[in-house]
Design a protein around this ligand. Structure first.
Ligand SMILES: [Zn+2]
Length: 103
C-alpha cells in the first residue's frame, strides 16, 4: 500500500514541522500550530525546527526514496498488487481509505 503525496506537499508539511525542546511534542505550523508562536502548549518549552526538516535535506531524502522505492512500486504495480491512497486527502480520510483497502 502506498500513501501517495506529491514531493512539494511533503516539503511543505515537513518544513512546517516544529518540535518542543523540552517535551519533544510535535507541532505543524499549518495543520497543528501552537497557541503562541514558538512556545509549546503543554510545557511552555521553546519550539525549534529539526536540522533534517529543512528543504534541501528533505529533497535529498526524497531523491533517495524515489530511487530506491520506484522499482518496488513498479514491480507490484505490474502485478496489480499495489494499492494507492491519495495522501492529499488528509489524515482522517487517509485512515478511512486504508481501512477500506484492508477490510
Ligand atoms: Zn513541550
Amino acid at each position: 500500500m502506498l500513501v501517495d503525496l506529491a514531493d512539494d506537499e511533503v516539503v511543505k508539511r515537513l518544513t512546517s514541522r516544529r518540535q518542543c525542546r523540552n517535551c519533544s511534542k510535535i507541532y505543524n505550523l499549518t495543520f497543528k500550530p501552537p497557541k503562541v508562536a514558538g512556545v509549546c502548549d503543554d510545557c511552555g518549552g521553546e519550539l525549534y525546527q529539526r536540522k533534517d526538516d529543512t528543504e534541501s535535506v528533505i529533497r535529498d531524502r526524497l531523491d533517495t526514496y524515489h530511487q530506491q522505492t520506484e522499482p518496488v512500486l513498479s514491480h507490484y504495480s505490474r502485478q496489480g498488487k499495489l494499492k494507492r491512497v491519495a495522501g492529499e486527502l488528509g489524515r482522517d480520510l487517509v485512515y478511512q481509505e486504508i481501512l477500506k483497502l484492508i477490510a
